[in-house]
Write a protein that binds this ligand. Structure first.
Ligand SMILES: Nc1ncnc2c1ncn2[C@@H]1O[C@H](COP(=O)(O)OP(=O)(O)OP(=O)(O)O)[C@@H](O)[C@H]1O
Length: 223
């Protein structure tokens, strides 16, 4: 469960970006986070993953209040999260296998155990036949799927994606959303920030809409 209670966020010298945001996301739910460019979607995702701290209010992940966590505990909390960004943040001097391997190697998982998990993650996103390819040789949609494989290889319970379909044409965007649906169906909590109107209109999931620092909760109708 993820709960925000009257969360406010101001960066040093900035206006107030979030002005008292409260919502709850159940375990295993898929939720869209919508709003115009600059509305604060990335800020809200960063607060969720404890990359940023609220100026005031409470952010609960499970039963942990992340505003009160000691810095030493934050790396453990982060292991719950898989993160996917619009610009992929792939390493272009490493092949696909090595890109997906990175989070495992950082956590000390290596050898045949790691290889099995890396290939399972590549398989889930349809890139098993590309493990030796360099990311630059992949299409935009494939690069985004590679970033998703890297995000899920550590089997996170929460998957956060920030504009994952932003640079992609409609068919690729549909593929990416289908992947997120598949992860939700196996119990992962998924939060996708997007201003892609197609993604929003075709989604049967709940959408949280940010506007002027405040949240409106929308229930999207089935298309
Ligand atoms: N580290 C920072 N320091 C100061 N201001 C920031 C910082 N990060 C974001 N902002 C400001 O916070 C506001 C919200 O930014 P944020 O990236 O959260 O919005 P967004 O809805 O994700 O936008 P986009 O869809 O364009 O990515 C913007 O005005 C931005 O300039």
């Amino acid at each position: 469960m993820i709960r925000f209670d009257q969360v406010r966020k101001r960066y040093p010298g900035s206006d107030e970006i979030l002005r008292g945001v409260s919502f709850e996301i159940a375990e295993g739910e898929l939720v869209l986070l919508t709003g115009q460019s600059g509305a604060g979607k990335s800020t809200l995702l960063k607060l969720m993953a404890a990359i940023e701290r609220p100026t005031s209010g409470t952010v609960l992940i499970g039963n942990q209040n992340i505003s009160k966590l000691r810095p030493a505990v934050i790396p453990y909390l982060r292991r719950k999260f898989g993160l996917v960004f619009q610009d992929h943040k792939l390493l272009y001097d490493r092949n696909c296998f090595e890109n997906v391997a990175l989070p495992l190697y950082i956590n000390g998982v290596t050898g045949s155990d790691a290889a099995k998990r890396i290939r399972a993650a590549l398989d889930k996103v349809g890139l098993l036949n590309k493990e030796k390819a360099m990311p630059i040789t992949l299409s935009g949609g494939e690069q985004q799927r590679l970033a998703i494989a890297r995000a899920v290889v550590s089997r996170p319970s929460i998957l956060i994606a920030d504009e994952p379909t932003g640079n992609l044409d409609e068919s690729y965007a549909g593929e990416i959303m289908a992947l997120f649906n598949a992860f939700q169906q196996v119990g992962v909590t998924v939060i996708v920030a997007t201003h892609d109107v197609n993604t929003i209109s075709q989604s049967p999931h709940r959408a949280l809409h940010l506007s002027q620092g405040l949240l409106e909760v929308q229930i999207t109708e089935f298309a």
